[in-house]
Design a protein around this ligand. Structure first.
Ligand code: ADP
Ligand code: MG
Length: 248
């Protein structure tokens, strides 16, 4: 990592009952850095992202984003709220409101969570719709959008809270293959034009290779290997090779 860390995870552990899913994950992410997280299913990739955003309460460890630090052993509600506002998650299944238009879906986090006045939220949502290439769909309901368009709205909703870090949990894995690219293109644009700091859990290996500054290979509840895309994808680690072979 080079540059100042905007996100640090220290000694993160998470158990569900007797099942220890994260066994002490530590990680530092520089501002503007793009990290892909790959690895077999069930290894705790989603749990890691959810803990970073405190959608799941860690069993132990410290999460710090942009000056807000929360220690699981003595977290205060106010700090958790502050931390949550620093990061935004893009889910596999869009999480859109069916009874709201594209524009309203993007306005909602601003008006409801951040209490931004309606006119200001509308202006910002229109700006975001242009970034994600869906300004012409602003008055359309999700039912009339393609999966790729819905996911671009999902990304728009995440952008609306002006996060310092964006967390993507397999953002294209519920899409038909022909719709994957338009979503990856929006993510590429966030990287290149907006210098957004991003953690992306993905099975799109070529995308991960192209976009990432760093790739983490997770296995058995920890970061088994990390390196540049070249080191990870060009290396000879048998576990990584087996995994990459299985999703290619
Ligand atoms: P991945 O995203 O790498 O596929 P997950 O983080 O979703 O893995 O899950 C890791 C493990 O934690 C799995 O064994 C899963 O069944 C378990 N798990 C995840 N969420 C919960 C939960 N809310 N309650 C109980 N077990 C869970
Ligand atoms: Mg997952």
């Amino acid at each position: 990592m080079s540059g100042l860390p905007i996100l640090t995870v220290s000694g993160l552990k998470k158990s569900f009952g007797a099942l220890e899913v994260l066994k002490g994950v530590s990680l530092s992410v520089a501002e503007g850095e793009i990290i892909s997280i790959i690895g077999p299913s069930g290894t705790g990739k989603s749990t890691l992202l959810r803990c970073i955003n405190y959608l799941e309460r860690p069993t132990a460890g410290v999460i710090a984003i942009d000056g807000v630090s929360v220690d699981a052993s003595r977290s205060r509600r106010r700090d958790v709220y502050a931390l949550r506002r620093k990061a935004a998650m893009v889910f596999q299944n869009y999480n859109l409101f069916r009874n709201k238009t594209a524009l309203e879906n993007i306005m909602e986090p601003m008006t409801q969570v951040q209490k931004v006045p309606c006119g200001e939220a509308r202006e910002e949502a229109e700006r975001i719709l242009k970034v994600i290439g869906l300004f012409d769909k602003r008055d359309v309901y999700p039912a009339h959008l393609s999966g790729g368009q819905r996911q671009r709205i999902g990304i728009g909703r995440a952008m609306a809270v002006r996060p310092r870090v964006m967390l993507f949990d397999e953002p294209t894995s519920s899409l038909d293959p022909e719709l994957v690219n338009e979503v990856l293109e929006v993510i590429r644009q966030l990287a290149s034009e907006h210098r957004m700091t991003m953690l992306i859990v993905t099975h799109e290996m070529r995308f991960a290779q192209e976009i990432s500054d760093r790739v983490l290979f997770m296995d058995n509840g920890g970061i088994a290997l990390e390196g540049t895309p070249q080191e990870i994808f060009g290396g000879d680690n048998p576990r990584v090779r087996k995994f990459v072979g299985s999703v290619a």
